[in-house]
Structure formats: structure tokens, C-alpha cells
Design a protein. Structure first.
Length: 490
């Protein structure tokens, strides 16, 4: 993500004279360098300029708009910058904005403060003037307030940086679909034209034959080499049918080549359309997800794209992110939990310990027993994120959760995760269902709610949050109000 740039833009005016403006620029450069040098900063943060006239504001907005490396701007008014100067520029700005209401000096220097100091350190009112015009123009942005070295301020800035980089990534995201949607399923459907218009996603279908051509070209040597890397990363089941593993290795190589040739970031499969394949791709999908590709089963291109974006947004963070499905409940009072899994395709980045590579028959699909990685999810805080098509817009739904240790399940040969959703299982399930949430989602242990809130704001899509504060009656009202708001917006 370091190739992505956030520009630090400072507003001022000529009233102050050369000497003060020089100081403003120096302070801003020092602050940008400080932000950039922080270990948790995922992108590059650079001082852009101190803009002092309407023309300079407009020029700045034009430049950042057409800078392919720029994912957004951080705006700050060290001094007072009359905000009518900003109108023309802000109207054309098409990059995400974070408004940082901060100050170069942490403290008021009580003993030495004079009018010069007051005139230089004016963000207390300069940032309010700026904020007014952004609100009046109805431009959605993130506002962060506080001393710029405060860890809590930095955390908010860096969350925005990740979301802004992912928003830029979203504009060029490509999904390859092998086979269509699972027949008769509603929630995995959606408007692909609207997805491209609103989110930038290019989603196109391919015949299984297109993939089979790639599969046929994979050499035995390539397969053998890949099996060696599996041996390093995974525990091999005793007496397993190695031919089944080789088949998945072949699929992995072919899929990866296909995705690379077409610059795809994500893909979908469906067990209803596997012509020319001997197995449902299981291990192959798991390893490709581990590498960062997005994946959606049953033709679910929304979750495939979202899985890739979440993985990208979380670049370098501890934990993992995976395609997920709510599978089975544990409804015993006091211990209520959801067991999440899929037929095969769960990403090993969320695994506790070394995944076990195994071959077992599959209940549905009528194909050969596929090789897959089997593991349990690592315990800790997590979030489930889904995107549904409401017919007139996309709605993103997030549920905070806690992954817990499960009892042994010796007869369940798939990767699985047991979690307790917040605020509690039944309220979460009520809320998720009322919101129209899918049975597919992205489970992440890497990101926090703030990342998703920033991303949804930048993409200008509806966001519904289910967390420790969710109370079902209030939630139902929130849904009704949100529905009205988003209907009127579209
Ligand atoms: Mn599914």
C-alpha cells in the first residue's frame, strides 16, 4: 500500500504575509513527515501545498483528481482560510477527504502567548469555517479532531488511509465467474451494472471450458513442485489419496494463471457447474484466498469482491480474512454460538495452528472426493461483513463477533469457526435477518469497525452495524429510517 499517497493539504490566505505563510508551510511539512514516518501508517503521506486562493484550491483538486497514486487528501486549516475560496475546488474533488482538526502546538504557552501566536494557530476557528462549507456542500468526509501526535488521532487517520486505498482498489477490481449463480438463490444475485457504476467492479462470466483449457496445460513438474510447498505449510493426513491433492494443485495453478492473465482480483465457482472438473475446487480456492484473491462460492460475486477488498484493506495487519457462511447454531442457553464453515472454501489465514490437508467425500455435487484444508478458527475479536442488493441500492451489514474455542469435532472434515456474535446470538440473528443480511459474508480478524465505516462513507453506500449497542426495537426503527434516507438519495 506504500505506493498509495495521501496528500496533506493546508488551507490559508494571503492576509498573513510571507513570513507567517512560510512558517505555516514548514509546520505542515513537519507534521506530514511525522504522520508518514509512523510504523502503523499503511500508505505514503506527503505535504502537498499551502493553498491560499480560490485558484490554488481548484488547481490542487484538479491535480489530486488526476494523480493515479493519490487515494485521498488530509485537509487542515493552520490559519483561517475563508471557505468560499474552497467551493469551486470541493465541487470537483473526486478523492476521499479526511478533515484533520488539529494544531501544531499541543499546549497554549500561557507565559509567552501573544497576538502573533494566536494569529498563527487558528485551526480552532479556521477548521470550523472549512467544515461549514463541506457540510453545506453535502460532501461526506471523515472528521478527526485532536493533537496530531495523539495515538487515538493517528489510529483514526490510518484507518481512513486503509479505507481510501481500498476504495481506490475497488475502482479497478475485476471478478471472474466460473458458472452462474446457484439456481434459485436470491441473496447471491445482484445488479452487476450497478456494482460497476457504484463500486467500480467489473464482473464477467466464463465458461468452465475456458478454465479446463488452462488445466490441461499444467505440467506434472509444476504439480510436483506445488505439492512440495504444501508439505511445508500443511500437515498431511495419513494414507490420503495423493492423486486428489494433485488434482487440486493442478486447479490452483490453472486458476492462478487464468486470474493473472486477465488481471482478476477475485473469482467465483459453483458446484452446479463443474463440467470438465473431477472435483469441486476446494484446496485450490483456499490457497488462492490465502494469497489474497477474493472468493465467493455458488456464483457469489459480491462476497468474492468484498473478500478481496477486505484482504487488501488489511494488508500487513495481524490475523486473517475469509469467505464465510453461517452454517449451524448452538442454541444452548448461555453458550449460544454460530458454527461457520463452507463445503470446503475457508481461507487458512484465519486458522489456529497448522491446517491439515485431507481428502474426504463431498455430500453434494456428485464429484470425486476433493482435497481440502481442515482447521479451526483462531480465537479473538472478529467482524462479519456482507453486501446485499436491496433492488435500488447496495447495503453493507457488519456484525461484531468473538471467535471462541469449540469442542473437538472429529467427524467434521472441513475448516470451521465458532463465534459468538454481538450483542448476543439471538439479537444478532434477529437484526441480521431484519436487515436482509446474506448467509455468505467475509469474516475478518484484521480490521475494526472504523475501517468499514470509513470505506462505506467513501463509497457512499448504506451501512448497517450490529454490535454491543444493538437493541432490537431501536434497530428496527433505524432500518426504517435508513431505508427512507437511501431511497431519497438514489
Ligand atoms: Mn454457500
Amino acid at each position: 500500500m506504500k505506493d498509495k499517497i495521501l496528500y496533506y493539504v493546508v488551507g490559508s490566505q494571503h492576509l498573513y504575509g510571507e513570513e507567517t505563510l512560510k512558517q505555516v508551510a514548514e509546520h505542515a511539512q513537519e507534521m506530514a513527515r511525522f504522520l508518514d514516518s509512523q510504523e502503523d501508517n499503511p500508505v505514503t503521506i506527503k505535504y502537498f501545498d499551502t493553498v491560499k486562493t480560490p485558484q490554488e484550491v481548484t488547481d490542487m483538486c484538479q491535480k489530486v483528481n488526476f494523480d493515479p497514486q493519490c487515494v485521498g487528501i488530509i485537509a487542515w486549516m493552520h490559519t483561517f482560510s475563508p471557505a468560499k475560496m474552497w467551493i469551486n475546488g470541493l465541487k470537483i474533488l473526486n478523492k476521499p477527504m479526511l478533515h484533520l482538526n488539529t494544531q501544531y502546538n499541543e499546549k497554549i504557552p500561557y507565559d509567552s502567548i501573544d497576538m502573533d501566536f494566536m494569529n498563527l494557530n487558528q485551526s480552532a476557528h479556521g477548521d470550523r469555517e472549512f467544515g461549514h462549507i463541506v457540510t453545506r456542500l453535502r460532501i461526506r468526509r471523515k472528521v478527526v479532531a485532536g493533537y496530531y501526535k495523539d495515538p487515538n488521532v493517528l489510529k483514526q487517520i490510518f484507518a481512513f488511509a486503509r479505507a481510501a486505498a481500498a476504495a481506490e482498489k475497488s475502482k479497478t477490481l475485476k471478478v471472474a465467474r466460473f458458472g452462474d449463480n446457484m439456481r434459485e438463490v436470491a441473496v447471491t444475485e445482484g445488479d452487476k451494472v450497478e456494482a460497476q457504476t457504484k463500486l467500480g467492479w467489473s464482473i464477467n462470466g466464463y465458461g468452465l471450458g475456458d478454465l479446463v483449457e488452462y488445466i490441461d496445460k499444467v505440467s506434472q513438474k509444476e504439480i510436483d513442485e506445488l505439492i512440495e510447498t504444501y508439505k511445508e505449510k500443511y500437515a498431511f493426513q495419513k494414507d490420503m489419496d495423493l492423486e486428489a491433492v494433485k488434482t487440486q494443485a493442478k486447479y490452483q495453478i490453472a486458476l492462478e494463471r487464468f486470474l493473472q492473465d486477465g488481471c482478476f482480483n477475485a473469482f467465483t465457482t459453483t458446484f452446479e457447474n463443474l463440467h470438465g472438473l473431477k472435483q469441486l475446487p476446494g484446496l485450490a480456492c483456499q490457497v488462492l484466498m490465502e494469497q489474497g484473491y477474493g472468493f465467493g462460492a455458488e456464483g457469489d460475486w459480491k462476497t468474492a469482491a468484498l473478500t478481496h477488498l477486505i484482504k487488501y484493506m488489511a494488508t500487513g495487519l495481524e490475523g486473517g480474512s475469509s469467505f464465510m457462511e453461517d452454517y449451524t447454531y448452538h442454541l444452548e442457553k448461555g453458550k449460544q454460538a454460530i458454527l461457520g464453515a463452507h463445503m470446503l472454501e475457508v481461507c487458512p489465514t484465519i486458522a489456529e495452528g497448522k491446517p491439515s490437508l485431507e481428502v474426504h467425500p463431498l455430500g453434494i455435487g456428485g464429484k470425486e472426493p476433493p482435497a481440502r484444508l481442515v482447521f479451526e478458527g483462531k480465537t479473538g475479536d472478529a467482524m462479519l461483513i456482507t453486501l446485499v442488493d436491496m433492488g435500488d441500492r447496495f447495503r453493507m451489514i457488519v456484525n461484531k463477533a468473538r471467535i471462541i474455542k469449540s469442542q473437538a469435532m472429529p467427524k467434521l472434515p472441513v475448516a470451521r469457526v465458532l463465534w459468538q456474535p454481538l450483542p448476543d446470538m439471538t439479537t444478532s440473528a434477529q437484526a441480521w435477518i431484519l436487515a436482509g443480511g446474506a448467509h455468505h459474508s467475509v469474516l475478518t480478524t484484521q480490521l475494526e469497525l472504523e475501517h468499514i465505516q470509513d470505506f462505506a462513507r467513501i463509497m457512499d453506500i448504506e451501512l448497517i452495524v450490529i454490535d454491543q449497542n444493538t437493541e432490537i426495537n431501536r434497530f428496527e426503527n433505524e432500518l426504517m429510517i435508513s431505508d427512507l434516507v437511501w431511497k431519497s438519495k438514489n
